[in-house]
Design a protein around this ligand. Structure first.
Ligand code: ZN
Length: 501
């Protein structure tokens, strides 16, 4: 056997160990009784240690070096060439971090998360502050071990968005912030009652919600022979192979959008995972390439399709027949209600426009803290000042301010910008698809036909798994680098129409 083949076998075993952990994590979130936590933690720790040790072993390294030699003769655009590049990338990252540091991050993460939960419940920042300090210190060490060219933040961002830089994120925000802030001001000027969201809070039976949502996600292309949808406290998507993709949702019988748009969002993630080429299954090229590209798909199916007027022209009569309480609510009123823009303090409740301002604020604060230009003690005041500047609101306490998100307690610094990148890329891809399908996509959505859009995404994005970097994928599929213009135009057009600006 060649070294390439041996390396594929070895990394396939590592992928199996990693996806076995994912099965246990899915079970923990959806099925496991609460008393199972302690044993599950040790099961997961063992599996993660086994896969990590196997991956950074000298045996893997020797195979990798030999396979790199064999790959020199290959077409640089071949799957095998990409496979070697991805293994090298993952290997270097894993091998550069001392085991002691990895273990310390894991144990600090679970303790910090526990303290964050208590601190948030009591709105007591002082309780979380020492853990945030420790987390930042550990993440600085991670960045220093991984190495970076310009800024320390780049090394961390790269873990979630390969080959993206803080400078590129700053450029993106520099382009989208002024028009977004202006748009929000104009919308707020319309008064708080311009759009009525009361109909969304009317009683809606959970079982009927499930039936309706399943009908829609099947129409999108979610394949129930290769996936499942279950209930969980937090909606998420996970995959064990492209033939086994799991999504979760939560229901609120007095707020229809919660499960509905949550399901459409997670289905976007699932379509991506299900669409990865079968030949990559069990290979390190399996799965989505980055959080930003992943989020471009969840946002595309949730917002560009699921919150469009055309989509509801097709599906609203069916929704009304399921929920007679909506009988007196016109399509126009419903469409406006699900698209209401209102600055709020909580990121996860934010609308399509203000969401990005929540992300900008977090990006600016975490980068300043990481570089030591903002102290952990001063961070809440900085948070509140930015909140006032971008959203016109000041949190009454830290629970609805700096303590609201789980990410930092996990040690995830550099993660937030991928949400806004996803928003920007979603529109760029949607427009490229629409253009190459002869401008037919909106009409197809209005007829409930989603296959052409999904197949375009499959051909251009999904099938490639991790073969191309995010920047390469966008360039190949849109013939441009990441571009914020389509996104700004889309928001201006859509919300200009809704708010008659
Ligand atoms: Zn998502």
């Amino acid at each position: 056997m060649t070294s390439m083949e041996l390396l594929k076998q070895r990394t396939a075993d590592i992928v199996s160990l990693q996806t076995t952990s994912a099965v246990l994590e899915w079970d923990q979130q959806t099925q496991m009784p609460p008393a199972g936590t302690a044993r599950r933690a040790s099961q997961l720790a063992l599996l993660k240690k086994l896969s990590h040790d196997m991956f950074i072993s000298s045996q893997t390294e020797q195979l990798l070096v030999a396979a790199e030699g064999e790959a020199e003769a290959l077409d640089p655009d071949s799957d095998d060439s990409a496979f070697i590049k991805v293994v090298r990338r993952d290997f270097d990252k894993a091998a550069k971090l001392p085991t002691k540091l990895v273990e310390e991050i894991a144990s600090t993460g679970s303790l910090a998360n526990e303290q964050w939960q208590a601190a948030r419940a009591q709105s007591n920042y002082a309780k979380f502050a020492p853990w945030l300090e420790k987390t930042l210190d550990l993440q600085r060490q991670v960045a220093n071990h991984l190495g970076f060219k310009d800024e320390r933040y780049d090394a961390l961002l790269d873990l979630y968005e390969p080959e993206m830089s803080a400078a590129a994120v700053r450029t993106m925000f520099g382009q989208i912030k002024p028009p977004l802030v202006k748009l929000v001001k104009q919308i707020v000027g319309r008064g708080p009652d311009f759009v009525d969201t009361e109909p969304l809070t009317r009683e809606c039976d959970e079982e009927k919600q499930r039936t309706f949502n399943e009908m829609v996600i099947k129409a999108f292309g979610f394949d129930f022979t290769r996936g499942r949808q279950d209930r969980a406290v937090h909606p998420f998507c996970t995959s064990f192979s492209n033939n086994d993709v799991r999504i979760t949702t939560r229901y609120d019988s007095h707020f229809l959008p919660s499960a509905l748009f949550g399901s459409l969002h997670e289905t976007g993630h699932a379509l991506y995972e299900m669409g990865v080429a079968g030949r990559y299954d069990g290979n390190m090229l399996q799965g989505g390439v980055s959080l930003g590209i992943h989020e471009s798909q969840s946002r595309l199916w949730e917002n560009l399709v699921g919150r469009s007027r055309g989509f509801w022209t097709c599906f609203y009569p069916q929704l009304q027949s399921q929920f007679p309480a909506l009988g007196d609510v016109t399509l126009d009123a419903f469409y406006k209600a699900i698209n209401r823009v209102k600055p709020s303090l909580i990121r996860v409740e934010a609308d399509e426009i203000t969401y990005n301002l929540h992300i900008l604020l977090r990006f600016e604060i975490e980068i300043e803290m990481l570089e030591g230009r903002l102290s952990v003690a001063d961070a809440p005041a900085a948070w509140n000042a930015k909140c006032e500047e971008y959203l016109g609101l000041t949190p009454a306490n830290d629970a609805e301010g700096i303590l609201q998100d789980v990410h930092w307690s996990w040690g995830a610094i550099g993660y937030f910008p991928t949400y806004s990148l996803g928003n920007v890329i979603s529109v760029q891809l949607f427009e490229a698809a629409s253009h190459s399908l002869g401008g037919e996509v909106p009409a197809q959505i209005e007829r409930g036909e989603f296959a052409p859009l999904r197949e375009w995404m499959s051909t251009n994005i999904y099938q490639w798994g991790r073969k191309y970097t995010p920047v390469e994928l966008v360039q190949r599929s849109t013939s441009r680098s990441i571009d914020t213009t389509p996104y700004i135009n889309y928001l201006t057009r859509k919300f200009g129409e809704i708010y008659k600006l």
